[in-house]
Design a protein around this ligand. Structure first.
Ligand SMILES: C[S@@+](CC[C@H](N)C(=O)[O-])C[C@H]1O[C@@H](n2cnc3c(N)ncnc32)[C@H](O)[C@@H]1O
Length: 285
């Protein structure tokens, strides 16, 4: 992104209450995050940025954001740059989020795939709850012996490490149907009391990989179903267009794309056909 565009989108930054978050540093940071992730850090996000970065600045003994960025953006600092991305992505998620999608999958979409091979992608999976919920829906309809698998990807390696563990506070599963909880989750005991562990039979059907939505995805494609939920909200129209084009290429003809009910593809050029609000299909053949 050109600096001018970042500046236009930022407007004049309000006082953050943190002198460490210097103006020049914030602009440099916003440009870096936009280039790397497509996420727009507007002036309104400044207090959030300040809250998330202050501890890291202190840990590294940096007085200002600019000093920190001199270090983090240096060519050899790949790990610090990833840490920065991990800190600035918003990873809110839980099991069985937006229940209407899972109900629709189970009753309208999955039955047509019985006896067939099926590949599903949770394309901004955060700590993995969405990918595991998809695996539960697939196990319900296609069976634990069916030829299906789920791929969970995210830009945050910290979130992927959590997803890999498959261990969650019980609280995160409070919306999961009781039957699914009993069938596909093990109750933690002793040191893991208050936690659930995803059943290993389900865990081995789900794989994880770091992937940036700004880039095409060829590994594992084509996918029959893609979930891309609660991430388009962080992007402007140009980035959304690019992300949807990449996803379209990764979808099998006739495949399904689910976005969040709070998101839309309005104003984008795409051959995807809306089936109902937030559910789209790539035209067959
Ligand atoms: C709010 S979470 C959504 C999790 C889940 N899809 C859901 O709906 O509950 C958004 C996720 O998008 C990821 N993300 C943001 N920008 C990304 C990008 N350019 N490529 C891949 N993942 C990205 C973040 O790391 C974060 O985990």
């Amino acid at each position: 992104m050109a600096l001018l565009e970042v500046e236009r989108s930022l407007g004049r930054a309000p006082e953050s209450g943190s002198s460490a978050l210097d103006e020049a540093g914030f602009r440099r940071l916003a440009e870096f995050i936009w280039d790397e992730t497509g996420i727009l850090l507007t002036a309104a996000k400044r207090p959030m940025v300040s809250a998330r970065l202050q501890r890291r600045l202190r840990e590294l003994g940096c007085d200002t954001l600019s000093t920190y960025l001199d270090r983090a953006l240096a060519p050899a600092e790949d790990r610090e740059r990833q840490h920065l991305i991990d800190l600035l992505t918003t990873n809110e998620t839980f099991f069985y989020r937006e229940p209407a999608h899972f109900a629709y999958l189970v009753s309208e979409v999955l039955p047509a795939y019985r006896g067939q091979r099926m590949r599903v992608w949770s394309a901004a999976c955060s700590s993995g709850e969405e990918a595991y919920t998809l695996a539960m829906a697939l196990a319900e309809v296609l069976g634990l012996r069916g030829d299906w698998s789920v791929l969970g990807t995210d830009i945050s390696t910290r979130m992927l490490a959590q997803a890999h563990q498959g261990l969650y506070p019980l609280e995160r599963a409070k919306h999961l149907p009781r039957l699914w909880l009993e069938r596909y989750c093990l109750k933690g005991v002793r040191g893991q009391a208050g936690y659930i562990l995803i059943d290993p039979r389900l865990q081995k059907r789900v794989s994880w990989d770091q992937h940036n939505l700004l880039h095409p995805r060829r590994e594992g494609a084509p996918f029959d179903i893609v979930f891309l939920r609660n991430v388009l909200i962080y992007f402007d129209r140009a980035v959304k267009q690019r992300v949807i084009e990449c996803l379209y290429e990764a979808l099998r003809p006739g495949g399904w794309l689910f976005i969040s009910h709070v998101e839309s593809l309005q104003g984008l050029r795409t051959p995807l056909v809306m089936q109902r609000p937030s559910v789209f299909r790539r035209p067959p053949g």
